[in-house]
Ligand binder design. Sequence first.
Ligand SMILES: [Zn+2]
Length: 254
Amino acid sequence: MMILDAHSHLGEDVVFDCVHTEEDLSENNQKYGITGGIVQPFIGRPYLEITRQYHNRVSDFCRKYKNYWGMASINPHFTPKDYASEAERCIKELGFVGLKLTPAGHAVDPESKDALFVFENARKLQVPVMVHTGYGIPFADPVKLKKAAMRYPDVKMIIAHLGNGFFADQAIQLALEFEQVYLEPSGCGIGETYKALCALEGKKVMFSSDSPLQIPTELAKYNTILERHPQWKEDIFHKTAERVFGVRPESFAG
Ligand SMILES: [Zn+2]
């Protein structure tokens, strides 16, 4: 069974004060049967040089391990020139497949000019934008993403954490309303995750862990749901992520 993790982190985070090493990721992914996925840095100190180092570390990991692709996370309050050049370097030189926006960590309102500039870059580079939701309300309220969804119908958007439970309905509503909006329910309860899957008939929802510690919990959540809806399996575990990020994993067969 192919399983892609749409949301994992590598490195150190100065906002949420945590660390995931290369070993944490590779050991846990192997232990729990994760085939690969999308790896993004954590939030580092807000300097361009540190941002570049974080991205290089993710790039090294993706080169070393098969079936991993990077996602760039750049502070939207950098100068537009710095933001754009690092985004372009990540996508065009390092082969990354998306941009991340973290309203709480980046101190950005998703309706603001700086946040919309992230979508502008994503449009230009033709990659999706993943946005953290949940912790950090009001900036992290999924409803704050409606403006970008309306303005950038051609940019795929992934609502991370499905609004963290309390705000799941807002996230589900956006995914129903906008064709380009997808959901990633890591850290969310089984109730909200199941509600999202039912509303979207098993489409547009991607397996993701956010943390190696959380992999078994997330797997259990989906495996319980799949007892009732086995036909959703391939989309949840890899097909939706393949389409959203435009990646083609190599199988481990043989
Ligand atoms: Zn995360």
